[in-house]
Structures are given as structure tokens and as C-alpha cells.
Design a protein. Structure first.
Length: 76
């Protein structure tokens, strides 16, 4: 399941044009966070309460993928 979730995150970031040419996450602003959260909720069929959101999740692809894996597994 993890590779699918990880790829889903990468696909979302590519679609939102939040990856640089090297595949690294670009600077994410507050509007981008909303877009990513909405896309994750749709893709993973989860609701993400604002109380669990931390900007640290948006510092790298890896941290966002780890957050998405936790969401998909029902951790939150």
C-alpha cells in the first residue's frame, strides 16, 4: 500500500506544479497547503482535521508521503 500512497502524493504535487525540475518540493505557501490537503482528502478518501496539520509535513516530499501513509492507515 505504501508505494501507491507515495506515488499518489507525487502525482498530486506534480499536478499542482509544486515540484522543481529535480523532483524536489518547492516552497509551499498557505494556498498550496489548502490545495494539497483537498487533493489528499479526495485521493485517500479521508477527512483531514485542521487540528492535525503541521507545516513540517510540507517541508519535503518524504515528510508529506509519511503523513499521507499515516492518513491512509487510519493513524489519525
Amino acid at each position: 500500500m505504501t508505494p501507491d500512497v507515495d506515488q499518489t502524493v507525487r502525482d498530486i504535487l506534480e499536478k499542482l506544479r509544486l515540484l522543481d525540475p529535480n523532483g524536489k518540493l518547492t516552497m509551499v505557501d498557505s494556498l498550496s497547503v489548502i490545495d494539497v490537503v483537498q487533493a489528499l482528502e479526495t485521493a485517500l478518501k479521508v477527512k483531514i482535521p485542521s487540528s492535525i496539520l503541521e507545516m513540517d509535513y510540507f517541508k519535503s516530499i518524504e515528510s508529506l508521503q509519511a503523513f499521507a501513509r499515516d492518513l491512509a492507515s487510519g493513524e489519525y
